[in-house]
Design a binder for this molecule. Structure first.
Ligand SMILES: CCCCCCCCCCCCC/C=C/C(=O)SCCNC(=O)CCNC(=O)[C@H](O)C(C)(C)COP(=O)(O)OP(=O)(O)OC[C@H]1O[C@@H](n2cnc3c(N)ncnc32)[C@H](O)[C@@H]1OP(=O)(O)O
Length: 682
């Protein structure tokens, strides 16, 4: 709703729709009612629109976009109706922005005559992140206010623009210090009686279009271009046409799912009933990291950037010095790429202490162990930390394969610790997902199936660049073989040999089965040939030089695969695009269902978020679990069964029971309800 009150000559519309003042129907109606009152009250000479609570207006209510098109379009009053009323008002309308003025919230501001904001406010058009364009005249009005290249950047990037930058472009008229409402009332008095015609954006011509021709290739850009080429009314009509087209498409649907999935994933809960809402995080002020390798130094940089002091500990002075150099270089690189200032870099380096003695961690609030994957080494370190650290210190381990209960969130982890780590993750700019302990955890466990199938597919007849192209066309930023070249083929080979050693097994180029499972020794063959990936200039591809970035398909790799298959008697065949996609994706998806079934994650959304951030899975596809829900679980299940029959020696094809039960439900179960099936009789 919109609360209406008067302060002298000024009417105040206070938008009151927690949590973020989205423009639901009652809010839109509130504007109409408020405007009618203000217009008919001769005492009122100006109007201020302000938001109650944490923010100004976060835009349209995204949930409304799931409604049928007819209902959406006929939902009255529309934002444009309200905008027109604001623009035509003979009394100046002033928007007073704090928090965020996004999407429809910014569009409302652009219909108003003046825009003020506090310094910490942000404005922007994040619609592209929802697969739509700013369709309440945003694409037509912003280019009438700011340079067209700026308008295109803001609309097509979806980024939040900080108030000082928005002031520079002219989106804001003033940044207000002190009390926003009081200052806005003062401002309102200063503009009462001034002509409003020059403040009505629809009357202004769009700025030059010189620079935009080459980048106008998306709907947003087409629409901004229309602002320059067509009349305001015609541009508006096209904007609406594009909006209707986009909002009914799969990508917008998936992106809206992604918006809510990310927020759902933040809401962790434990079987004890403790959850994100009822558990208070502890205050972490000082941190320590053990291990100055790639992981340890990477984590140190994140903590330093977020403003935490770090004590970096390594057992050997030479490794420690190398680690500190690595941190310095990453920070310097940030300065050269203008991600941070020189002063900020100096502050970060000042906050870094390095030591070869664990005892220096005695007073820190949180320790992250990031040594290499060796269970006895990790156990020994934690034993020492138990004596050294203060009792309230949080002891964390960075591991991708070791069972945390031996050494993430283990059985003994308290709710307070979980709350603190989730909160800490957010503070260092990461998205944290709570998972239980399981072999390889969620990301590596699922991605392992994906990578393994990709390798089997090579043995059966496809080439690395073919598999990569198909997955990149699907939307993955890099195919599995480019990823493997980037990570280093030696790394995965060493891990495999290490695991085999633990089982007293020696892996050779002839090994075809490992612990009852189909195994491919193809990467070991590359390893023996010194083809370790980008770093040696050759791997699954060749590169222009060692360390090069351009992956060039290499004929030699065809021979390597051919010889490998001949020696092992593996028959090669033509493999279809569909099979390549299905085997990589469905094997991972089937594993994802098992992960839900085992309670390793609380909900499918958690898995999807992990895949966007961990592997760059395209958000406009929603994530692997959402993709499965849209493909149809019956189809996914049938294909999993088909591959299981054909590849009985790969346990990742054993169909998940949860997938089977969901696939046989009489009506498709929405992804948000999958969990309920776990405990039902389906
Ligand atoms: C008026 C439209 C209908 C009329 C039909 C006419 C059709 C034709 C023309 C249509 C024109 C429409 C033009 C307008 C389009 C838009 O405005 S699209 C929306 C654009 N805005 C956004 O994308 C902003 C989204 N929100 C955020 O980025 C953040 O929430 C925030 C504002 C920066 C605040 O962040 P933070 O403090 O971290 O809080 P969160 O945890 O993210 O959010 C809190 C809860 O609020 C829910 N929420 C947030 N924004 C919206 C929203 N716009 N709609 C619905 N719900 C929203 C969020 O899910 C959280 O909920 P809980 O998880 O339940 O707590």
């Amino acid at each position: 709703m919109v609360d209406y009150r008067k302060e002298g000559l000024v009417a105040i519309f206070e938008v009151n729709n927690p949590p973020v003042n989205s423009l639901s129907k009652n809010v839109r109606q509130g504007f109409v009612d408020g405007l009618s009152k203000a217009t008919n009250d001769p005492e009122v000479k100006a109007v201020i629109i302000i938001g109650k609570g944490r923010t100004f207006i976060a835009g349209a209510n995204i949930k409304d976009f799931g409604k049928p098109m007819e209902e959406l379009m006929s939902s009255s009053p529309s934002l444009i109706d309200i905008g027109n009323m604001l623009e035509e008002s003979e009394k100046p309308i002033i928007c007073a922005i704090h928090g965020a003025g996004l999407g429809g919230g910014l569009e409302l501001c652009l219909f108003s005559h003046y825009r003020l904001a506090v310094k910490s406010a942000r404005v922007g058009f994040p619609e592209v992140n929802l697969g739509i364009l700013p369709a309440a005249a945003g694409t037509q009005r912003l280019p009438r206010l700011v340079d067209i290249t700026v308008a295109m950047d803001i609309i097509s990037s979806g980024r939040h623009v900080a108030a000082p930058e928005a002031l520079k472009y002219g989106i804001l008229d003033q940044i207000v210090e002190g009390d926003l409402l009081k200052e806005s009332i003062k401002f309102a008095h200063s503009v009462i009686g001034k002509p409003l015609e020059p403040r009505r954006l629809r009357n202004l011509a769009c700025k030059s279009i010189l620079y935009c021709i080459s980048v106008i290739h998306q709907f947003c850009l087409k629409s901004v271009r229309n602002a320059a080429d067509l009349s305001y009314e015609a541009g508006l009509m096209m904007e609406n046409t594009y909006f209707k087209y986009l909002i009914t498409g799969f990508q917008s649907f998936a992106l809206r799912y992604s918006f809510f999935a990310e927020r759902t994933a933040r809401k962790w809960q434990l079987p004890s009933g403790a959850n994100a809402a009822n558990t208070k995080p502890l205050n972490v002020q000082t941190t320590g990291i053990i291990g100055a390798g790639t992981m340890g130094t990477g984590i140190a940089v994140s903590l330093l950037r977020a403003g935490y002091p770090v004590i970096l500990v390594e057992q050997n002075q030479e490794f420690l010095d190398k680690g500190v150099d690595m941190i310095r270089n990453i920070l310097k690189d940030g300065v050269s790429r203008r991600l941070m200032t020189e002063d900020r870099m100096k502050q970060c380096l000042k906050a870094l202490k390095a030591s070869v003695d664990l005892k220096h961690l005695a007073n820190v609030d949180l320790v992250i162990e990031a040594v290499y994957e060796n269970i006895s080494l990790k156990q020994e370190i934690f034993k020492k930390l138990d004596y050294i650290c203060k009792p309230s210190a949080l002891l964390c381990s960075n591991t991708s394969s070791i069972d945390i209960d031996m050494n993430v969130y283990g059985k003994e982890t308290s709710a307070e610790t979980v709350a603190t780590i989730m909160d800490f993750g957010k503070k260092i700019g990461k998205v944290s997902i709570l998972v239980k302990s399981c072999h390889l955890f969620v990301a590596n466990r699922m991605h392992g199936c994906f990578q393994t199938e990709a390798k089997f597919i090579l043995e059966e007849g496809a080439l690395p660049d073919e598999v990569d192209r198909i997955l990149e066309d699907f939307g993955m930023p890099m195919g599995p073989f480019k990823v493997s070249d980037l990570a280093g083929i030696d790394i995965s080979c060493r891990i495999q040999h290490e695991v085999a050693k633990q089982h007293d097994i020696e892996l050779t180029l002839q090994t075809r089965f490992f612990r009852g499972e189909r195994y491919s020794s193809l990467s070991n063959r590359l390893y023996e040939l010194g083809r370790l990936g980008r770093k040696t200039g050759k791997g699954w591809y060749r590169y222009e030089k060692p360390g090069g970035k351009n992956a060039i398909p290499d004929n030699d790799i065809k021979d390597v695969i051919r010889i490998h298959c001949k020696e092992l008697g593996i028959e090669q065949r033509q493999i279809s695009t569909q099979e390549i996609l299905e085997r990589c994706l469905y094997s991972a998806i089937n594993e994802g269902f098992k992960i839900i079934e085992e309670g390793v994650v609380d909900k499918p959304e958690d898995i999807d978020v992990i895949w966007w951030y961990g592997f760059g899975f395209p958000r406009y596809m929603g994530g692997p679990m959402f993709y499965a829900s849209q493909t149809g679980l019956k189809k996914v299940y049938d294909r999993v069964c088909y591959y299981h029959k054909n590849f009985p020696y790969s346990s990742h094809w054993v169909p998940s029971d949860l997938l089977r039960r969901l696939s046989t439900a009489p009506n498709p179960v929405p992804i948000t309800q999958w969990k309920t099936v776990l405990h039902s009789k389906l």
